[in-house]
Design a binder for this molecule. Structure first.
Ligand SMILES: *[C@@H]1O[C@H](CO)[C@@H](O)[C@H](O)[C@H]1NC(C)=O
Ligand SMILES: *[C@@H]1O[C@H](CO)[C@@H](O)[C@H](O)[C@H]1NC(C)=O
Ligand SMILES: *[C@@H]1O[C@H](CO)[C@@H](O)[C@H](O)[C@H]1NC(C)=O
Ligand SMILES: *[C@@H]1O[C@H](CO)[C@@H](O)[C@H](O)[C@H]1NC(C)=O
Ligand SMILES: *[C@@H]1O[C@H](CO)[C@@H](O)[C@H](O)[C@H]1NC(C)=O
Ligand SMILES: [Zn+2]
Length: 249
């Protein structure tokens, strides 16, 4: 009698637990990170074009004693807006170079759709900036130094999600959404050495102790670990359910 009641109780807990877990599951399909085009993927002409604007972005940073700088370029080749990180100057940590340049450009020209523009940035965009770039419907974003390099090699505090992981989820923004094409490591030989220095030994307020495993291409590691976690949770629920049912017999 008590054994039966106990089993019913156990089963209802399991059902409650598993439905609670599935309620927390994302309703959106998992997406593979979008493909990042790197120098080796480009023709000599394409590479030279992007390197020209990246060099301009680098010079902007150096001229302003900044490390993060960004420019917006029209498809016709005209540089329309410039920006540098204003976090310390404005005492507002959200004023990353990309945010500054987009806010300034939108204010100046009332642009709400940047499909005919590209954004160049010395450092790969963080989750905040990448999302803002997507909300503005840019067609291209071009970066020099990757988040992985900034965190793992330069000891710079970063939110550890690659921009192409965030980029994959822009499909929800509009029915005819075209993903931003990300170009990575453009003139990284310059941004890695002349713009971003070694903050591991040359300590700054943003210095952190990185915890990086084998520096493989980190592009798909985020979605990979999410999938692994889901599999683990499901396996655990299944195991508890099996134990519960066997106690009924
Ligand atoms: C390029 O586009 C910008 C921004 O719309 C515009 O101001 C400029 O006149 C254009 N230049 C050419 C050569 O078409
Ligand atoms: C952005 O625009 C504001 C207002 O015009 C200006 O004060 C600021 O210098 C601009 N920032 C950059 C980095 O160009
Ligand atoms: C981009 O440029 C094309 C060609 O000039 C134009 O037809 C289109 O409206 C522009 N897109 C946006 C969002 O301004
Ligand atoms: C960086 O690499 C480019 C080729 O991608 C080359 O043209 C340039 O000279 C290099 N710059 C430095 C400072 O090594
Ligand atoms: C580094 O990360 C691994 C894997 O998450 C973890 O096991 C380890 O404790 C971390 N090490 C430090 C020093 O935080
Ligand atoms: Zn940012």
């Amino acid at each position: 009698m008590y054994k039966k009641l106990y089993s019913i109780l156990l089963i209802s807990i399991i059902i409650g637990l598993s439905s609670a877990c599935s309620n927390h599951a994302s309703p959106y399909p998992e997406r593979e990170p979008t493909k990042v085009l790197r120098p080796a993927d480009l023709t000599a002409e394409e590479l030279a074009y992007h390197e020209k604007y990246m060099q301009y972005t680098v010079d902007l940073a150096l001229a302003n004693k900044a490390i993060f700088s960004a420019i917006i370029v029209h498809n016709n080749g005209t540089i329309v807006c410039e920006g540098i990180n204003m976090g310390f100057k404005m005492k507002d940590n959200t004023q990353h170079a990309e945010i500054v340049v987009m806010q300034n450009c939108s204010k100046l020209y009332s642009i709400q759709n940047y499909a005919n523009y590209s954004l160049y940035t010395t450092g790969e965009s963080c989750v905040m900036c990448q999302a803002a770039i997507m909300w503005n419907y840019f067609s291209k974003v071009i970066y020099g130094t990757s988040i992985k390099t900034l965190y793992c090699e330069k000891c710079m505090g970063q939110v550890l999600i690659d921009s192409n992981v965030i980029n994959a989820y822009g499909v929800g923004l509009s029915d005819d959404y075209a993903p931003v094409q990300i170009y990575g490591d453009i003139l990284a030989n310059v941004t890695n050495t002349k713009v971003f220095l070694d903050y591991c030994t040359n300590k700054k307020v943003w210095t952190v102790t990185p915890n990086c495993t084998a520096p493989s291409s980190s592009s798909s590691s985020n979605s990979g670990s999410t999938i692994t976690m889901n599999v683990l949770i499901n396996a655990l629920i299944a195991l508890v359910a099996i134990i519960g049912f066997s106690s009924l017999l």
